[in-house]
Design a protein around this ligand. Structure first.
Ligand code: BES
Ligand code: ZN
Ligand code: ZN
Length: 489
């Protein structure tokens, strides 16, 4: 879908739909009072989620006027605009209407750039669909263009470009997320990163099996050992040669399919384990967006791609591994594989001496028990990283919640035969103990782990207001906003 910016007058709009966003108690637009004379007051009061449609019966050049309730103005922000733009897209898609114009509203708490950025993000993210494999196309309809009616100022243009780039990077990751394991394995991870590197002028190095063996990346190798596919570790760099810029490492879990391995998962819902590569794909999206937005930082993106399968060659419960940083791990459950591949990637990241490491991983089912599919849990011992993330969360609408890394959680990770174990005996506080496991591999580098096991995809109940259901690629906009915040210092 194309998203454009144009300048008034509203009377000259010729699209199928003209959408007007209204706060509670805000007066109806005077230009259209003729169209709205028969509207009963109780039909529309501007509450969040309210919608009112009138057809113009030839009185205007557009076909329908769509009023969208925005709630109280004091509560409105960028996320209200993302949701409103998504309402327009859903309305048009549902009614087979090709084009719409949205009048740019004025919200006191945000500026013109942010307003257009948020509308663009909402429209672009809500227009995402993964229906390429449906051969019956009759019922599939996607609107063609959405225009924001503003003043075409520089700030608005900038907002459009920023929203377009951020949503574009997130949608790029969402598309790959949806690819099932017969179409996307570790090799496709490397290929997609290589393609991105070429298109965007990023530096890339793919460590394949033989190199991983030489390096002693035994966590990555062991998890992949039951698969007929080969693992890889992708290192993608932005601004690699600009050594004066602050360096951040972004690491993502790339399990292309998590069957659980020998500690096999129940079959119900196992198909959703194609989403276990979400963290790595978010990293790709982050590098893409950072490049497009020319963020003043240097980034190393690390993506260990594997497939966790049971077979005669698979690792077994009880196996002991010597990881890349020399620590030993007892693998008591082959389904706790994410922390094993991240351990090697994080230790490698720490060696690069970045200012901080951020990781994104669909790490623990316990996360869904804690925060459902509404927000991601994050873990850090660094308050300034936490602050940057909280600011980023408020801006992007990506909900996060800080969870503890208490000393007791390190205690229960201690191994019987090796230094540490990959699962605790009780399984209690599974998300926190997993985070404390990862901490063993980052040394002294400030680090934050974001567990996106609940937010990787939205289900039916409830669908996300602008991401709908399915792949959500959480963390792309969040981490970019956090990096912008960190780069200010
Ligand atoms: N990929 C899963 C976590 C997950 C579960 C993500 C559900 C999204 C939805 C992870 O590898 C896993 O299986 N974790 C185990 C760990 C346990 C064995 C300690 C879990 O959470 O059950
Ligand atoms: Zn698992
Ligand atoms: Zn997993």
């Amino acid at each position: 879908m194309e998203i454009r910016l144009e300048k008034g007058p509203v009377k000259s709009v010729k699209d199928d739909v003209l959408a007007v966003l209204l706060f509670e108690a805000q007066e109806l637009p005077k230009e259209f009072s003729g169209l709205l004379v028969s509207m009963k007051k109780e039909r529309f009061s501007g509450k969040v989620g309210e919608r009112y449609v009138v057809t113009t019966q030839g009185k205007e050049q557009f076909e329908r006027l769509l009023l969208i309730g925005m709630g109280a103005e004091k509560d409105a922000g960028m996320d209200s605009l993302r949701k409103a733009a998504a309402t327009v897209v859903r309305y048009c898609d549902g009614n087979k209407l090709k084009t719409a114009t949205v009048m740019k509203p004025k919200i006191k708490s945000i500026n013109d750039m942010e307003t257009v950025q948020a509308l663009t993000e909402g429209a672009s993210l809500s227009s995402f669909a993964f229906d390429d494999f449906k051969t019956k196309r009759e019922d599939i309809f996607h609107m063609e263009s959405l225009t924001v009616l503003g003043n075409c100022t520089e700030a608005e243009q900038e907002g459009l470009a920023k929203g377009f780039n951020l949503a574009g990077a997130q949608n790029f990751a969402r598309k790959l997320q949806e690819l099932p394991a017969n179409m996307f394995g570790p090799e496709q991870g490397a290929k997609e990163a290589e393609k991105l590197a070429k298109e965007k002028g990023l530096s890339i190095k793919v460590f394949r099996k033989q190199e991983l063996i030489k390096m002693g990346m035994n966590g990555i190798l062991a998890v992949n050992q039951g698969s007929v596919k080969e693992p890889c570790l992708v290192k993608l760099e932005y601004n690699a040669d600009k050594k004066n810029l602050p360096l951040y490492a972004i690491v993502g879990k790339g399990v292309c399919f998590d069957s659980g391995g020998i500690s096999i998962k129940p079959s119900k819902g196992m198909e959703e384990m194609k989403y276990d590569k979400t963290g790595a794909l978010a990293v790709m999206g982050i590098l893409m967006a950072a490049r497009n937005l020319e963020l003043p930082v240097r980034l190393i993106g690390l993506m260990p791609f594997v497939e966790n399968m049971p077979s005669g060659s698979a690792q077994r419960p009880g196996d002991i591994l010597k990881m890349y940083n020399g620590k030993t791990v007892e693998v008591n459950n082959t389904d706790a594989e994410g922390r094993l591949i991240l351990a090697d990637a994080l230790a490698f990241a720490a060696e690069q001496k970045p200012k901080a490491i951020l990781d994104l991983a669909t790490l623990t089912g316990a996360m869904i028990i804690i925060l459902g599919k509404i927000g991601s849990g994050y873990f850090t011992q660094d308050d300034s990283l936490s602050k940057a993330l909280e600011v980023a969360s408020a801006k992007t609408g990506e909900k996060i919640w800080r969870l503890p890394m208490w000393p007791e959680f390190f205690e229960v990770n201690k191994g019987t035969y090796a230094d540490i174990r990959n699962v605790t005996n009780t399984g209690e506080a599974g998300s926190s103990t997993a985070a404390c496991f990862l901490k063993e591999f980052v040394g002294d580098v400030p680090w934050v782990h974001i567990d996106i096991a609940g937010t990787d995809m939205a289900s039916e109940m409830p669908p996300h207001p602008y991401l709908g259901r399915g792949a959500a690629a959480p963390g792309v906009r969040l981490v970019i906003a956090a990096l912008e915040e960190l780069a200010k210092k």
